[in-house]
Design a binder for this molecule. Sequence first.
Ligand code: NAD
Length: 247
Amino acid sequence: MDDRTAVVIGGASGIGWATARLLHDRGASVVIADIDGGAAEARAAELGSRSRAMPVDVTDENSVEALFADVTASEGAPDVVVECAGVSVPGAITDLTVEGWQATLDVCLTGAFLVMKHAGRVVRDGGSIVTIASLNGRQPAPGMAAYCAAKAGVLMLTEVAALELGARGVRVNAVSPGLVDTPLTAGVALVPGLREDYLENTPLGRAGRPEEVAEVVGFVVSDAASWMTGATIDLNGGAHTRRYPDL
Ligand code: NAD
């Protein structure tokens, strides 16, 4: 990744932070962009050289546009963009408020669209965009209607972007993890039994680590994956081979 610029959105925590670290370790200059500007600054300082922070709110088009304008002016056209921002407001369909539904859709799906839109305009020819989707984009989980629906949308959005940007050699792929231990999954505990059920129904019998997702992102954005676009890469300990029983 020497001489490459990577923008990691949602890079201040969890999977995004592990990804920022890995790309930096491999030689990239890394812009850590996050709605938590203070945490992004601290993470960039931790990496030290070849890293800086930018605040961004992926639900706000002006903010996303400003991020990519700033990166293009400072570092030039980015080589790699990884969209890791995400939230999940849990709730069964019969209980979920429109506000909870909308908040999840705004960050996970509209956010992915806005990143794709503005990254797609400036990423260099032959560059790479990765969305972090989710097993829940393909496999329903009780109490996570908004999140499942949003992530299903992210998978299709990724394929459409691959179709549209391929003429410029830009590759667009989705990395789609199952349960990973991050601050976000503290929220899964709000759906009683879901974590235990997941682990029972997962061949490898454990949750993933953010670093295990970052390794896959690192491969997907590398030249080793030069023929891969419009793909969904599942990593979930094998959970996609099972279905959730009713809780
Ligand atoms: P996390 O909470 O550790 O990190 C998410 C980051 O996104 C945080 O730094 C947060 O500040 C940032 N963020 C939230 N809203 C934002 C906004 N509007 N604009 C910009 N940044 C914003 O969570 P994580 O588990 O590392 O999740 C990263 C991605 O991976 C998400 O898209 C999530 O849906 C997805 N994912 C997570 C899991 C899991 O089990 N942890 C599984 C599958 C997919």
